[in-house]
Write a protein that binds this ligand. Sequence first.
Ligand SMILES: C[S@@+](CC[C@H](N)C(=O)[O-])C[C@H]1O[C@@H](n2cnc3c(N)ncnc32)[C@H](O)[C@@H]1O
Length: 275
Amino acid sequence: MLKVKTDIFLGDCKDILKQLPDNSIDLIITSPPYADQRKNTYGGIHPKEYVDWFLPIGKELLRVLHPNGTFILNIKEKVVNGERSTYVLELILELKKQGWLWTEEFVWHKKNCFPGKWSNRFRDAWERLLQFNKQKKFNMYQDAVKVPIGDWATGRLKNLSETDKIRDNAKNGSGFGKNVSNWVGKETVYPTNVIHLATECNNKNHSAAFPESLPEWFIKLFTQEGDTILDPFAGSGTTLMVAQKMKRNSIGIEILPEYYEMIKEEIIPVSYLLL
Ligand SMILES: C[S@@+](CC[C@H](N)C(=O)[O-])C[C@H]1O[C@@H](n2cnc3c(N)ncnc32)[C@H](O)[C@@H]1O
């Protein structure tokens, strides 16, 4: 029997992370403050200082993550003087120097964005979800996030050509190929790396809370029951609540007392028993 535990710490994650043992975390999923954003709520870091601010935290995250674990970083650059700032790109390069592998990038498409237009750009309706790992082999439970095959299959799979029945290698030499006939009779397929989720402005009292389905998707993909999830910028604690519902252990760190107290109130002190 295994008990599932949720821990929340108050303080700067740069310091608190030092208390966590090496290789003890299976998934880190987090959304730190973006550069200079939301100054009025929980402070912003200037884009020029962002990399230097984040790197000591990145170093601790690398230490606490299990070799088979994954780190998902939700981050977004902003437009400064009519140009997209480059701090996220610089951060990726520096994290690679720190020892991280930048294995994948998911796009979170915010499907409920209001329409909008600026003189030289349109509404930004997506955010980055950068995936970093310690090694090329990591735990990934792809079947857990399969999706319904979709309407396209009805027409496309009705009359298969001869090429559809054999593996058709991509002409661009990428090494990818497909055999269309493999999809006949399938009800579910693997998703792409674009995640279509609505933002949620519910009663969480936090201006930048994750929609619950965001951590849920990554928790399914990279962990199993009884594993341990860390959110070092816990905010309203969405990651912890979802982890708890999904019978995973979780650890959150939050620097602002009001959010820390809010999380403490919401976390159910009860542990599930896993047989
Ligand atoms: C974008 S919000 C996270 C929102 C969270 N994903 C949720 O669903 O509510 C970032 C949070 O990090 C906290 N924070 C900022 N700097 C921190 C630090 N050095 N250590 C720990 N928490 C920090 C902020 O107070 C804020 O609540």
